[in-house]
Design a protein around this ligand. Structure first.
Ligand code: C5P
Length: 219
């Protein structure tokens, strides 16, 4: 039986990872959070006091970075569980900064392709349908209004016990949207064969239902 791969791309805080996790659980797919990997690179540099704007220094740092995603969705950086630390605002913006660099992207895209060979997989990110898995069986481009995304992230941060200020979060999301769509290498864009899903006025369950239906069709 052939392996199924599902790609979910879209702007920051559009609910991609929440949906991907729920779908993965229902379908027993492996979930690969590619954003967490860019976050690990940024987090490593921040803790090692490496200037994120220094492309060469970040490139060298990659050699010291090992990332592991576990089936229970924990993120390990060099054998340390950094699942919570990488969710800080500073790391989000840092990830968006280091994701501009070719060396970072090549390193992580390679890892992601290897991980995607493990079986039925669902990956979320910015370039899954366009670059990482151009032959994915199903491509979804998940969007939502900035207001919706900021509000969702605000509630999520409160729940995680992280700093939460709605205006700051909205600015951070807008800044990442701009950076991610305007970078030179693998900018965020909808793959030609991706199905656009606007989740602004949908519940989580409704989005999951739609994705599950699309997966059945793609099988
Ligand atoms: O998805 P998440 O918000 O965790 O991603 C953090 C940052 O990593 C994004 O803003 C983006 O700059 C970068 N990223 C990327 N390509 C991916 C996943 C994330 O460039 N496939």
């Amino acid at each position: 039986k052939k392996n199924i791969s599902v790609a979910i791309d879209g702007p920051s805080a559009a609910g991609k990872s929440t949906i991907a996790k729920m779908v993965a659980k229902k379908e027993n797919f492996i979930y690969i959070d590619t954003g967490a990997m860019y976050r690990c690179v940024a987090y490593y540099c921040l803790t090692q006091k490496i200037d994120l704007n220094d492309e060469k220094a970040v490139e060298q740092a990659i050699e010291h970075i090992q990332i592991r995603l576990t089936p229970d969705n924990k993120v390990y950086l060099n054998d340390e569980d950094v699942s919570n630390q990488i969710r800080q605002d500073q790391v989000s913006l840092g990830a968006s900064c280091v994701s501009k660099y070719q060396a970072v992207r090549s390193f992580l895209v390679d890892e992601q392709r290897k991980m995607a060979k493990a079986g039925n997989v669902i990956l979320d990110g910015r370039d899954i349908g366009t670059v990482v898995l151009p032959n994915a069986n199903l491509k979804i481009y998940q969007i939502a209004s900035v207001e919706t995304r900021a509000k969702r992230r605000y509630l999520e941060n409160l729940e995680r016990g992280l700093d939460a200020d709605l205006e700051t979060i909205k600015k951070e999301i807008e800044e990442r949207d701009y950076q991610d769509t305007h970078r030179e290498i693998s900018p965020l864009k909808k793959a030609e064969d991706a199905i656009e899903l606007d989740t602004s006025s949908l519940t989580l369950e409704e989005v999951v239902e739609q994705v599950l239906t699309l997966i059945q069709k793609a099988k």
